[in-house]
Ligand binder design. Structure first.
Ligand SMILES: C[S@@+](CC[C@H](N)C(=O)[O-])C[C@H]1O[C@@H](n2cnc3c(N)ncnc32)[C@H](O)[C@@H]1O
Length: 274
């Protein structure tokens, strides 16, 4: 007769010690506490869906790349569960609070735009398009595409959702491209760096085709790219070869909300030169 599975003493010890480390870290993490307390303080809405939301809030509070009135088209690459999209929706006026999940997701439809209409009929400005491999519950003001960003067909899906408002017919429609995309960490540094580099390269190629340059809208500053990466000399070389020549200003950001022990950081690239 089959015996029910009983974890061995070793498994139990390993699990409980790693769980303890995790629980310990969570209970001391001020951003986890903040995420939970934002739920309590915002009646009738959900809290931010991710701890990551606080990184974007912190970076935008300092550098103001989402708040200018002429920011109208924002792309959120690697958006699930939706913390960054909630922040963008708030900053573009779609909601005062992080916003609440609305209808059930229709998993059969990769171009579900059910989150587009704001709860209560409130309209913000502009267009927010988010993409992720994983499903994401709707957020008012955010159009979501469930797809692999690295697949060639995804670019067309994203492009179809963004209004092409160039007056001179030139390329480029995004004011801000955000990328918090990351593959699953394997613990193997060279594999993780390779994956981060592949994402950075692909996002940069996409940026070249879709970022708005200053001249196309008569602005002083072209579009902004905020891109996550994992610190490594190869990523530094990517910054020097690709980002620096194409933007007026490129800087490394490590928000307080990003864990110190993590190699994660962000390049904030402002003023796309085209
Ligand atoms: C750190 S999470 C993003 C968290 C998000 N900014 C938030 O605040 O909720 C990274 C996301 O990148 C997504 N991702 C990784 N590779 C992807 C790919 N090739 N295409 C689309 N999404 C991808 C993952 O599914 C994951 O949801």
């Amino acid at each position: 007769m089959l015996q029910p599975f009983r974890p061995s003493a070793i498994l139990l010890t390993k699990k409980s010690s790693s769980s303890k480390v995790w629980l310990n870290r969570q209970s001391r993490d001020p951003y986890v506490k903040l995420r939970v307390s934002s739920e309590a303080s915002v009646a009738g809405s959900t809290s931010y869906r991710s701890r990551s939301a606080f990184k974007l809030l912190e970076m935008d509070d300092k550098w103001h790349f989402l708040t200018p009135r002429d920011v109208n088209v924002v792309l959120d690459l690697g958006s699930a569960p939706g913390g960054w999209s909630q922040v963008v929706a708030q900053r573009l006026g779609w909601a005062d609070t992080p916003g609440s999940a609305t209808d059930e997701w229709d998993a059969a439809n990769p171009l579900d735009i059910s989150g587009f209409e704001s709860a209560g009929g409130r309209r913000g400005r502009g267009t927010i398009v988010a993409v992720d491999l994983l499903r994401m519950d709707p957020i008012p003001g955010v159009q979501f595409v469930q797809a692999d960003f690295l697949a060639p067909s995804t670019e067309g899906l994203l492009h179809a959702l963004v209004p092409d408002i160039d007056s001179d017919g030139g390329a480029g429609e995004a004011d801000v491209i955000l990328c918090d995309m990351a593959g699953n960490s394997t613990g193997n540094t060279s594999h993780d760096i390779e994956s981060s580099l592949a994402i950075c390269t692909s996002v940069f190629e996409f940026t070249k085709r879709h970022m708005r340059a200053a001249r196309s809208v008569g602005r002083e500053m072209g579009g902004v790219l905020l891109i996550k990466h994992f610190r490594h000399p190869l990523i530094d070389a990517f910054r020097t070869e690709h980002l620096v020549p194409h933007f007026r200003d490129v800087r490394y950001l490590k928000p307080n909300a990003s864990r110190t022990e993590s190699r994660e950081g962000y390049f904030l690239c402002r003023g796309w030169r085209g």
